[in-house]
Design a binder for this molecule. Structure first.
Ligand SMILES: [Zn+2]
Length: 338
């Protein structure tokens, strides 16, 4: 039985720039109505002009596809209300990176002193601009996210009107924080619903599954599955699809990131079916919850998937996707607009 998803949204996506942008943008633009585009380019996007110009490069890279890039600005504590008001119409959210924690996050925030962050975060609250956070400390790699939960709680308490989105959560601690604070929300990737650290490093090392935050323990994956499959209203799908050229992954210093954009919806359909979750919940997870949380009305797009095995290509324009060379159970049947 084919299934149809309406206006799928990917609320955490890396489209990169230059040749890479041209090579991979279409993979997301074909099947998603829109995506929240991460600002960690070199240099990171921190002005209105940079946002407008990058959005234009995205629009030209996607060609004839109907797709909305929801833009984000790279958070800096120095932003004031006048600046934020002037850029507000061009952005959907602002992304905060702790300094040096992931790809191109140099120049991010290093201390999380509430008073230091107060002017910018209060202005964002007043202007109703959500804050997306890459929540990891620089502690031991398996503990970084759980250690960051205390910072989420501090921010959620100090700025109760600020919508804070815990990006790509991977732990049961982050899941628990969702229900403790009204203003905390989360995105979850498809790979963190499927893999644990065992899949990355339990046998032969799998560089194409290496990402930040690193995949965690089975009990963490269970906690993520529970809220995703039940379409907890505060969680949204965000792929964190993060392409790197094949040579940067198959290298003695492997770059972090899993490329899932071309297969994300097919794999989610298979997962929800295997776990006996309803199509309605999948619809909420991949679109409706995000519409409510961000207050956005995406372009109409109907994406029909069918249960027919699909051989995932070894590469998409030089980028190796998750499940490369393997068979997945669902294929893309049709994409309709309007
Ligand atoms: Zn990311």
């Amino acid at each position: 039985m084919p299934l149809t998803l309406h206006a799928p949204l990917d609320m955490h996506l890396h489209l990169r720039d230059g040749e890479m942008l041209k090579n991979i943008a279409q993979a997301s633009a074909h099947t998603f109505s829109g995506a929240l585009i991460m600002p960690n380019l070199v240099p990171p996007l921190s002005s209105k002009d940079e946002i407008v110009a990058y959005k234009q490069r995205i629009m030209s890279a996607i060609g004839n596809e109907k797709f909305t890039p929801y833009m984000t600005l790279f958070f800096k504590p120095s932003y004031d209300k006048a600046f934020l008001a002037s850029v507000k119409e061009e952005i959907t959210a602002i992304k905060l990176y702790p300094a040096g924690i992931t790809t191109n996050s140099e120049g991010g925030v290093s201390g999380f002193d509430v008073e230091e962050l107060r002017p910018a975060l209060e202005a964002m609250s007043e202007l109703n601009i959500p804050l997306c956070v890459h929540g990891e400390t620089n502690g031991f790699v398996m503990d970084r996210e759980a250690e960051f939960v205390g910072i989420y709680e501090k921010l959620a308490t100090a700025f109760p009107k600020l919508k804070i989105i815990m990006e790509h959560i991977t732990t049961k601690e982050s899941v628990a924080a969702l229900d403790k604070f009204e203003n905390l929300y989360a995105t979850i990737t498809v790979h963190h619903l499927l893999i644990t650290l065992d899949d990355v490093a339990g046998g032969m090392l799998k560089p194409h599954l290496f990402c930040k935050p690193i995949a965690k323990r089975p009990e963490d994956r269970e906690a993520l599955l529970k809220v995703a499959l039940n379409a907890h209203p505060k969680v949204m799908f965000g792929s964190d699809s993060a392409p790197h050229p094949k040579h940067a992954k198959e290298s003695c210093g492997c770059a972090a990131g899993v490329f899932t954009a071309p297969i994300a919806l097919q794999v989610l359909a298979e997962l929800f079916q295997n776990k006996n979750a309803t199509l309605e919940n999948l619809q909420a997870f991949v679109s409706r919850n995000a519409q409510h949380i961000y207050g956005i009305s995406p372009l109409t797009k109907q994406v029909t998937l069918e249960k027919k095995s699909f051989n995932v290509p070894d590469e998409y324009n030089g980028v190796v996707p998750m499940y490369a060379g393997e068979e997945i159970a669902y294929s893309l049947k049709e994409v309709r607009h309007g």
